[in-house]
Design a protein around this ligand. Structure first.
Ligand SMILES: Nc1ncnc2c1ncn2[C@@H]1O[C@H](COP(=O)(O)OP(=O)(O)OP(=O)(O)O)[C@@H](O)[C@H]1O
Ligand SMILES: [Mg+2]
Length: 239
């Protein structure tokens, strides 16, 4: 039972962005990826979610023993992987309930389940009736992504800068929701972030520092403090 990424290489627009990325995590664990702008963090998330244009040229990824890379995007979602995007997209014409039902949530009691999740995150309930992300503020979109996680209960949730755009109260609510998810259904949380603040109420099992497309350092929660103090210069990988 684990998410195993081994030697992953990914090319985007003809350029190798991930250059042998390794990460192993188990259920209920919280793994945090930190690293400078352009180091390949979002590329990892997109490649794992099978976004077109992100070409895997080497390495392997398995989710609970299944070869993830041989699956389509929707099969990966069904296998239990969910990606909350750095910039959630508007989907005009599609309501959140229909999106979640299409993603496999049971229709029965779905709207109530969404309301319960929204309340935990301080998200106004009426926003759940708008088209997906349309006319939502940046922080509301981020909270709406976390509503999806609470309803769909993925085995592994990847969150790409979920904290960016959240106000300080929302940040705490999101961190607590994710922390609870690790216990409620053993959700594995893979969180990409630039800031330690997300980790005040979401205790990392491990922090991974990425530079130029690979993990260059791994450590416990104390690593986030070191990064905040010293920046990434001491961790810079050779190009
Ligand atoms: N679709 C794309 N087309 C061209 N280049 C891309 C594309 N996606 C990513 N890149 C390039 O790949 C590199 C890594 O980008 P990525 O978005 O993975 O960085 P990141 O670590 O998430 O950075 P940030 O902290 O700014 O979000 C960058 O140089 C970026 O310009
Ligand atoms: Mg990014």
């Amino acid at each position: 039972m684990s998410l195993l990424i081994e030697g992953l290489r990914v090319e985007v627009a003809g350029k190798e962005v991930l250059r042998g990325f390794d990460l192993a995590m188990g259920p209920g664990e919280v793994h945090v990826i930190m690293g400078p702008n352009g180091s390949g963090k979002s590329t990892l998330a997109h490649a794992l979610a099978a976004r077109p244009g992100y070409e895997v040229t080497g390495g392997s990824v398995s989710l609970d023993g299944t070869d993830l890379l041989s699956l389509s995007a929707s099969e990966r979602a069904r296998a239990g992987l969910l990606l909350a995007l750095q910039q959630p997209l508007e989907v005009p014409g599609v309501r959140p309930v229909d999106l979640l039902a299409a993603a496999g949530a049971a229709r029965e009691g779905l709207r109530e389940a969404m309301s319960g999740e929204a309340a935990r995150l301080g998200l106004r309930d009426e926003l759940l009736d708008r088209f997906v992300n349309v006319d939502l503020s940046g922080g509301e979109r981020k909270r709406a992504e976390v509503v999806q996680i609470g309803v769909l209960r993925p085995r592994y949730a990847m969150l790409d800068e979920i904290d960016s755009g959240l106000d300080v109260d929302a940040l705490g609510a999101v961190a607590r929701r994710l922390d609870a998810a690790t216990r409620e259904w053993g959700c594995g949380v893979l969180a990409i972030t630039h800031f330690r603040r997300l980790l005040y109420e979401l205790t990392p099992t491990m922090i991974h520092v990425v530079s130029a497309g690979r993990v260059v350092a791994t450590g416990g929660p104390e690593l986030a403090e070191v990064l905040e103090r010293d920046g990434y210069e001491p961790f810079r990988a050779l190009p």
